[in-house]
Design a protein around this ligand. Structure first.
Ligand code: FES
Length: 122
């Protein structure tokens, strides 16, 4: 028998708040949408980080969130599309591309990876 948890979600972009009831065996994003929450998403399988939130309080299980590095999970980010609640939770949406840039921005943004340059001869 699944536990039912209360999840408070603040959509910072829209200035909206949702309080939804999510069983421990259901993904938070899908359950919240079924209760009329309007939240960002794209892939729905833990790969793209569009649905990322900051976890303000509470515990969740996101072992399927392959798109989120262990570092960022420890910093309190979560992918709602593949997260199961493990307690009551309070979360808020990220800034647009916040998690993506934290994971990849420093590599792609600072010229460490360069394409198309001729290789020097030895
Ligand atoms: S919607 Fe792509 S990671 Fe959740």
């Amino acid at each position: 028998m699944a536990e039912i948890y209360t999840i408070r979600i603040h959509n910072r972009q829209q200035g909206t708040d949702y309080t939804v009831q999510v069983p421990s065996d259901r993904y938070i994003l899908q359950a919240a949408e079924n209760q009329t929450a309007d939240l960002p998403f794209a892939c729905r399988n833990g790969a793209c980080t569009t649905c990322a939130v900051r976890v303000l309080s509470g515990q969740l299980d996101q072992h399927e969130a392959m798109g989120l590095s262990p570092d960022l999970r420890e910093q309190g980010y979560a992918l709602l599309c593949v997260s199961y609640p493990r307690s009551d939770l309070e979360v808020e949406t990220q800034d647009e591309d916040e998690v993506y840039e934290l994971q990849f921005g420093r590599y792609f943004g600072k010229g460490k990876v360069r394409f198309g340059l001729p290789l020097e001869d030895d």
